[in-house]
Design a binder for this molecule. Structure first.
Ligand SMILES: Nc1ncnc2c1ncn2[C@@H]1O[C@H](COP(=O)(O)OP(=O)(O)OP(=O)(O)O)[C@@H](O)[C@H]1O
Length: 766
């Protein structure tokens, strides 16, 4: 029986593939046609075109014919582009046209309908769809439920259908490998197959096995804030990339990939995920790290890097100040400070000309505060600029009479004079008129830098203003409540000043700096961006999030995180959710929790979950593997030997290994030790590096969001991990493993593992 189903389906598949091939030929013909047409237009044009520039009518004629040619070329270009995209999609479809079939009955319809679902839609005739895009409304039925009544959302509202059959296929190169019917949402077998695959240096799409809860995230179009809290490996990142593809499809023609921004934890991660959208036939969205976003806006300052931030040793007072600066109350304080600049304390700089003040800061101050109190910061600045430009223009005549101008005119060489005259007819009533003309030109040129200084707000001083703000903040914010003494605050302001003088800025200051600057200049953010995604949101401070919300005022936000993996913000992460809830309309906020972990085997998930004290709401996907191994070596030397042995074992078993160390320094040391021992391993030192295949050594803060077949936790000794603060970090490290986890310690094992039941790992000592 099964064989006949397979044969029937293969016959259907063959039929679809042959139609896809016909469509390919058609698309190819359109491409060829467009290319021939384009060549024709160009040739024709070259023969026809005589540049007629001797009369106005002739020039018009030439211009018109150039326009016409451009229009024709543009049209051909469009149809070429269209056909090329189509062909690319068809080529993909030819190999695997679809992965699922559903049969359903819609109330009131005479017949049961059958549809096939694939990466893109395909129709051989208008409205006759042989394959439905996985993002089409009806396809949702496949992901959302089993057999029986299933509801899905169409642009016109909810629809219910009675699902009679759900069939899944594994198709390779046009041939059906397996076919099975399922009563569940997405059959476990298919998912298990997908999850048992080897890790790769590039993430893959999960389109064939999207889970029901993930589908909710992917297809949400109502929320302004969609917050996804999900355990390690629960598919947050995977789901969100599918969501981008979904949104681009749902709003095609209105939304482009350039209007979607993804903030990711590091550049390495960007590299890891950059194939997913192209695989789904979409362009990549804009991807950046917060650090890049901030750094790009202040190119003259060196913003503290991720690795600097991570290795920085903060005193308790500094930690408290950092916490304060990350909070929403600090954001409010900066807002209040900026608003008070409407009344007083805006700091100005002279605009100089030939070494002397041209507009003094006092004058600018006077203008700035001359507008009535209804003027906001932005209008005030606009008004000031306008006024200054007017004054500059008025100064032209008087400047023309100065000695330096007179001398410059007299000393003009012939070439210089020609340049000043340009195309201008040189007919002047008198020598004086000619002088006036030249003098005006010279003054205008000389004033150009002043004009630029005005237009570019050079008379503001963001650095001085920022320092003034830091100094004034104790009057706005209750330092004592935050456990910060006046002296500690002063010391931190002085450190900030020293850093600014050296052209540097810490991450905790940079957001406030940028926000203040935007407020001062009346900037309202990038209105063109419609969707902002923030991955690993637990590593952001509420201040940063509030600033991003301010910076993308028209965007909807999707935040993904695992409050248990906070490696920078640590204890604050649990208040993040409540702080967030004050930033968005609760009516338009949706929190989704993902608790099923897909990345790791059951054994690894159980082990890692117990590292956390309060445990994480996570259930392992039922995938069997070895239990994790904990190797406690007598000393560092023995630990190295154990590591080498484990690497060899993993290599023999074809498991790609990542050795994850706590800090970059430790990773460097290990890398040279391995090198001396003749073991090949690539050290990943910076986020700008590529992930290599084979064994890699990577510091913890760069391993965020990534996954590997096998993970070796390097130096899990009690010397290295003993603070409660490190618990989440250790959890993050261990949860990177898919199939095999080895923890190696030289000397005593970290006390943080004491929470893991001993039957969840195999202990061996050497
Ligand atoms: N529905 C699914 N079908 C197949 N594979 C899935 C599915 N969901 C998740 N996965 C796989 O599980 C692994 C973990 O997913 P992902 O990296 O998105 O998790 P995450 O929640 O972002 O994890 P973390 O917070 O630990 O970085 C990936 O290999 C992903 O491809």
């Amino acid at each position: 029986m099964a064989a006949t189903i397979k044969q029937q389906e293969q016959a259907h598949l063959d039929d679809v593939v042959s139609k896809i091939k016909v469509a390919q030929t058609k698309a190819q013909t359109s491409i060829d046609q467009a290319e021939t047409d384009e060549k024709g237009i160009r040739d024709n044009f070259q023969n026809d075109l005589r540049l007629k520039t001797d009369s106005y009518a002739g020039m018009m004629e030439t211009a018109l014919s150039v326009r016409q040619q451009q229009q024709l070329l543009g049209e051909r270009q469009n149809s070429w582009q269209h056909a090329t995209n189509e062909l690319a999609t068809l080529k993909k479809l030819e190999k695997t046209p679809y992965f699922a079939r559903i049969d359903f009955h819609e109330a009131g319809e005479p017949k049961t309908e059958t549809i096939y679902i694939g990466l893109a839609s395909f129709s051989d005739e208008p409205d006759r769809f042989l394959v439905y895009d996985w993002r089409a409304p009806i396809s949702s039925v496949y992901y959302d439920g089993g057999l029986g009544n299933v509801t899905y959302l169409t642009p016109d509202g909810e629809q219910t259908v009675d699902v009679k059959l759900k069939r899944q296929f594994q198709i390779e190169d046009g041939s059906i490998k397996t076919v099975f019917d399922t009563e569940e949402a997405v059959g476990d077998q298919m998912l298990l197959d997908a999850l048992s695959e080897k890790s790769d240096t590039k993430m893959k799409s999960i389109v064939t096995t999207i889970q029901k809860e993930q589908n909710q995230i992917i297809r949400d179009t109502k929320s302004d804030l969609l917050f996804v809290q999900g355990a390690a490996g629960s598919g947050k990142t995977a789901a969100v990339l599918q969501r981008v593809a979904y949104l681009l499809y749902r709003y095609r023609g209105k939304l482009t990939s350039g209007q979607v921004v993804l903030f990711s934890p590091n550049q390495l991660f960007n590299d890891y995920i950059d194939q997913v959208l192209p695989e789904l036939g979409e362009h990549n969205m804009v991807q950046m790290t917060y650090y890049q976003y901030a750094g790009r806006r202040i190119p003259k300052m060196a913003v503290e890097t991720l690795s600097e931030r991570f290795s920085e040793d903060y005193s308790d007072a500094e930690k408290r100040i950092d916490t304060l600066k990350g909070g929403l109350s600090f954001f409010d304080a900066v807002t209040a400070y900026a608003n008070h600049l409407e009344k007083e304390n805006m700091i100005f700089r002279n605009i100089n000309f030939k070494g002397k003040p041209f507009f003094t800061k006092e004058k600018i101050h006077e203008i700035y505060y001359s507008f009535n109190e209804n003027y906001r910061l932005g209008n005030r600045l606009d008004g000031t600029r306008e006024q200054l430009i007017k004054m500059l223009n008025r100064r032209i005549s008087s400047e023309m009479r100065t000695k330096w101008v007179e001398e410059t005119v007299q000393d003009l060489s012939k070439e210089e004079m020609d340049k000043l005259f340009g195309d201008q007819p040189r007919e002047f009533d008198s020598a004086d008129k000619e002088f006036q003309f030249l003098a005006r030109k010279i003054v205008m040129q000389a004033f150009q830098p002043i004009r630029q200084a005005i237009v570019r707000n050079r008379f503001l001083s963001i650095n001085a203003q920022f320092i003034h703000m830091l100094r004034s903040l104790p009057q706005i914010i209750d330092l004592e409540k935050a456990g910060i003494s006046k002296d500690d605050w002063k010391a931190s302001v002085n450190r900030a000043i020293d850093r600014i003088k050296a052209g540097k800025m810490t991450l905790s200051n940079v957001s406030a700096y940028l926000y203040l600057f935007d407020k001062m200049t009346g900037k309202k953010g990038e209105r063109d961006i419609r969707y902002v995604f923030i991955d690993e949101v637990q590593d952001y401070t509420p201040f940063q999030l509030a600033f991003l919300k301010f910076s993308f005022p028209r965007a909807r936000f999707t935040l993904l995180g695992d409050l248990n993996q906070a490696i920078f913000t640590k204890e604050n992460s649990h208040t993040l959710l409540s702080e967030l809830s004050t930033m968005f309309d609760p009516e338009k906020t949706r929190v989704v929790q993902l608790t099923q972990s897909y990345r790791s085997t059951q054994q690894i998930t159980d082990f890692t979950r117990h590292i956390l004290v309060n445990g994480e709401a996570v259930t392992a996907f039922d995938r069997d593997g070895q239990i994790p191994t904990v190797l406690v070596a007598s000393d560092d030397h023995a630990a190295l030997a154990a590591t080498i042995k484990q690497i060899q074992q993993n290599n023999d078993d074809h498991e790609t290994t990542a050795i994850i160390g706590k800090t970059l320094k430790q990773c460097r040391a290990l890398s040279s030790q391995l090198q001396e021992a003749g073991v090949r391993a690539t050290l990943i030192q910076s986020e700008n590096q590529r992930l290599a295949s084979g064994v890699i050594i990577v510091p913890s803060f760069l391993a965020k969001g990534l996954e590997f077949d096998a993970v070796i936790v390097w130096d899990a000794s009690d010397r290295n991990y003993f603070e409660e603060d490190d618990r989440q970090l250790l959890y993050t490290i261990c949860s990177r493993a898919m199939h095999r986890l080895t923890v190696i310690a030289g000397g005593k094992l970290s006390r943080l593992f004491e929470t893991v039941p001993t039957d969840e790992y195999e202990l061996s000592e050497s």
